[in-house]
Design a binder for this molecule. Structure first.
Ligand SMILES: [Zn+2]
Length: 299
């Protein structure tokens, strides 16, 4: 029944992807009230051939003691998180920054003016709202100043959304496909792009389209990351009006929720209009935005 409910959104996603928007909000509805962390083992079959136990791609290991948010033991299948504990009043606002080659071409030709929605940053900064940004490497390289701005804000966390917003599973909508054998290096490269910016670096990772399977999670084992899906999908890449976004977030957010939105502009045109109302709506419900690491750690 969950699938049936989501089907209409996926049709729109295909359209967006064809246009080069590369939407990434395929939705997985959280299974129930109780589970806090949705472990990968819950929905995946064991891998026949475990990946190597040591990183070999030049990415720093998580700091000793796991002080880097999202760091997990190297060599084990990456865990998948949908939301934090259903206690307290915190929710995580997460913003994805997609960038495919098709999107870069849109910028080059002038077909699209911008994929960096600075009005979102303006608002978050002005209202001092914590947030977490899942950045693709190509977006960071296209928008280094915006990335610096994000990294400079102590309320913001930086996370990894692949290098070029490719899909590493079959049938992930119309996202450009890449072999799963390239996933580890792709994600490692993205960390290498991100890390010089400093700020609140994490080992959180989000798959484009939220598409992952056992092979993809195993491929991440050498990197010690936590895969973050989310339990509240705004649907902002498809929005033609702000009201549905507000409803999607405010009506479904609960303590511990991880809200998926986009900081792109052309393929999430209504997000900045919706955001003030989303913040007000969350406030009315007694929910307080916090960094992802705080929401997942809340107990
Ligand atoms: Zn995405």
């Amino acid at each position: 029944m969950i699938r049936a409910r989501l089907r209409p959104a996926l049709g729109v996603l295909v359209v967006v992807a064809v246009l080069g928007g590369g939407g990434c909000t395929a939705s997985r509805v959280p299974p129930a009230d109780q589970p806090v962390f949705v472990g990968s083992s819950a929905s995946s079959t064991p891998s026949a051939s475990p990946p190597p136990a040591t990183p070999s791609v030049g990415v720093p290991s998580p700091a000793p003691g796991g002080t880097v948010a999202g760091a997990t033991p190297i060599g084990t299948r990456a865990p998948v998180v949908d939301h934090g504990p259903r206690v307290g009043n915190k929710v995580a606002l997460t913003f994805d920054a997609d960038m495919t080659d098709a999107m870069l071409a849109n910028l080059r030709t002038g077909r699209v003016r911008s994929y960096a929605n600075l009005r979102i940053l303006d608002l978050l900064e002005r209202e001092q709202v914590p947030a977490t940004f899942f950045l693709t490497g190509k977006w960071v390289q296209r928008y280094p100043e915006v990335t610096r701005r994000i990294a400079a804000n102590p309320r913001f966390e930086l996370a990894n959304h692949t290098y070029g917003h490719a899909a590493f599973t079959r049938d992930c909508y119309d996202l450009p496909a890449q072999p799963v054998g390239e996933l580890r290096d792709d994600v490692a490269k993205t960390f290498e792009v991100l890390e010089p910016y400093g700020g609140r670096q994490t080992r959180y990772f989000r798959f484009p389209g939220l598409c992952h399977d056992a092979a993809a999670l195993d491929a991440l084992a050498p990197l010690g990351v936590t895969v973050v899906d989310g339990d509240v999908v705004s649907g902002d890449p498809f929005a033609t009006a702000w009201k549905p976004l507000v409803r999607a977030v405010v009506d479904h957010a609960r303590p511990g929720s991880v809200v998926v939105m986009h900081v792109t502009e052309a393929n999430a045109a209504m997000t900045d209009e919706a955001l003030p109302r989303i913040l007000a709506g969350l406030r009315e419900r007694g929910l307080v935005p916090a960094r992802l690491s705080e929401v997942l750690a809340a107990a």
